[in-house]
Design a protein around this ligand. Structure first.
Ligand SMILES: Cc1ncc(C[n+]2csc(CCOP(=O)(O)OP(=O)(O)O)c2C)c(N)n1
Ligand SMILES: [Mg+2]
Length: 284
């Protein structure tokens, strides 16, 4: 392929992923406006979700994924739900039962729920479980790659570092950690409560290849996933700097930077109007 055609097709791919990310943001608002939820994280992680589900994870023959994704910070399931609405695994009608009594669309998912590998409400379990899964895949001789999303709040848990030590020691090059590094835990800034930085250097000392990126840049996310695949003797960690509600300015300006949004707190209609305008502009 000539480089001009190649760069044209790459621009098209990036534009499609930006549009998907905007649709994921819209879905997140639509879901959370019913009863409240983790809207800020869902919106902020939409770019990662678009790249992960619609570009990086290879598909199998059953309209599902060949590679494996482990969600560690269960409350970020909202990002997955926003993407699954576009993928078709869940309908929007089903997703609107998020956080309702008796729903299967839990705020923090459980093992066996469609699209989720582990029970993830108790934080800090994903890094070790995904390292075990990656080790198992390697023992089986499989080519499956294993991705795990977790958060800066989880970096405050010891289990994460035991997992990192194991993954580094075993040189699990089929493992990619994706960290939502948003400087926020349950009660405020992680920098203030218990600093987790410098994150890249810490993981490098455990034997990882590490890259800090803007977690809202499709270009940087895609480049990090490419780099991860090129490294054959180490696990990889992408430290994604994000901020709640990136991509929907009116909510970012009006809502507190807090872990959870109650239904009554947000002007959901204003947020939806803004993101619908973005979708329209990206659809031209
Ligand atoms: C093992 C465990 N300890 C404590 C909690 C309580 N808890 C809920 S959310 C949270 C903070 C999580 O930080 P992060 O995931 O970075 O939050 P976000 O940035 O997504 O708001 C904590 C400590 C928990 N769910 N599990
Ligand atoms: Mg956080």
């Amino acid at each position: 392929m000539s480089s001009a055609i190649e760069s044209g097709s790459n621009q098209k791919r990036i534009r499609e992923l930006k549009l998907l990310a905007a649709k994921i943001r819209r879905n997140v608002l639509d879901i959370c406006m019913q009863r409240g939820g983790y809207a800020g994280q869902g919106v902020a992680l939409a770019d990662i979700a678009a790249c992960l589900y619609f570009d990086e994870l290879r598909e199998d023959d059953n309209n599902w994924f060949h590679d494996r994704f482990v969600l560690s910070n269960g409350h970020d399931a909202i990002m997955c739900y926003g993407a699954f609405a576009e993928h078709g695994a869940y309908t929007m009608d089903a997703l609107r039962t998020y956080n309702a009594d008796g729903t299967v669309v839990d705020q923090s998912p459980i093992e066996g729920q469609l699209g989720f590998e582990i029970t993830a409400g108790s934080l800090g379990q994903g890094p070790s479980q995904s390292a075990g899964i990656a080790y198992g895949e390697r023992l089986k001789g499989s080519d499956k790659r294993v991705y795990c999303l977790f958060s800066d709040g989880e970096l405050q848990e010891g289990n994460v570092w035991e997992a990192a030590m194991f993954a580094g020691h075993q040189k699990l090059s089929n493992l990619v950690y994706i960290i939502d590094n948003n400087d926020l835990g349950a009660t405020g800034s992680t920098a203030t409560t218990l600093s987790v930085e410098p994150v890249p250097e810490k993981f490098e000392s455990f034997g990882f290849a590490a890259r800090r990126i803007n977690g809202n840049s499709i270009e940087e996310i895609l480049a990090a996933f490419e780099e991860a695949k090129s490294i054959r003797d180490k696990p990889y960690v992408m430290i994604c700097d994000t901020r709640l509600f990136v991509g929907i300015d009116c909510l970012q300006k009006t809502l507190p930077m807090a872990h959870y949004v109650a239904k009554a707190q947000a002007d959901w209609q204003a947020g939806l109007a803004e993101i619908e305008a973005t979708i329209e502009a990206l659809s031209q």
